[in-house]
Design a protein around this ligand. Structure first.
Ligand code: GRF
Length: 217
């Protein structure tokens, strides 16, 4: 098995990055994490990546100011140098230009802390609580130029509790994120996902009849 070469882009603590690194340690995992890149110097995830033996570099976005494409060209150089096949965004807090997204069309995935297409954008847990939804969750999707809008690969759901705060709900969603992101990367890297008219089809995994009802009764 030739493993796909993966770069993870972060801006912060990198807990999803850590989950991907951990999962990719399995000998039969179809991808290897070869690079972690941050646009913020000193991002917490850089140290944990290095501690895990992964090369971790910073390409600061700040010096490029409003010239987003120049910043992305600097990132792209680092990615090309290492023959990266797939890019995982994991808490990467920069909007990407259509140019960069096009370079990685069908090869760049992101995790978003909501059940898309609900709650695109920021403050997803606050907004879900304000709406009183009873089921919330997270989504891994391919990246397209529209933010939080690409083909959905995997979703995971949690129940919302009456006494939840954005933090308590976010913590439960984060647990789910750490499960679905490695799963989605495994599916994409192994080639079992195809995109048909903007919709992901899974050529291997069969659907289950599992249900989640909230509140239970
Ligand atoms: C996660 O909630 C992820 O869904 C969002 O940004 C957060 C990053 O957290 N895109 P971490 O850095 O992976 O811990």
């Amino acid at each position: 098995m030739t493993k796909r070469r993966v770069a993870i882009l972060i801006s912060g603590r990198g807990s999803n990055m850590a989950a991907l690194i951990q999962a990719a340690r399995a000998p039969n995992f179809p991808a290897e994490i070869v690079l972690v890149m941050s646009n913020i110097a000193g991002a917490g995830g850089l140290e944990s990546a290095r501690a895990a033996g992964i090369e971790a570099v910073t390409v600061e976005s700040k010096p490029f100011g409003k010239d987003r494409e120049a910043f992305e060209r600097a990132m792209q150089d680092e990615l090309l140098k290492r023959n990266i096949d797939l890019v995982c965004l994991a808490g990467f807090l920069r909007l990407l230009t259509p140019w960069f997204v096009q370079q990685w069309d069908g090869r760049m995935i992101n995790i978003h802390p909501a059940l898309l297409p609900s709650y695109r954008g920021l403050h997803t847990h606050e907004r879900a609580l304000a709406d009183g939804v009873k089921i919330h969750g997270a989504t891994v999707h391919f990246v397209i130029p529209d933010v939080d809008a690409g083909p959905i690969i995997v979703q995971g759901a949690v129940t919302v509790h009456d006494n939840d705060t954005p933090d308590s709900l976010g913590a439960r969603v984060l647990q789910i994120e750490h499960r679905i992101y490695p799963q989605a990367l495994r599916m994409v890297a192994s080639g079992q996902i195809s995109i048909d008219g903007g919709i992901c089809k899974n050529t291997v995994t069969t659907a289950t009849e599992k249900t989640l009802i909230s509140p239970a009764s």
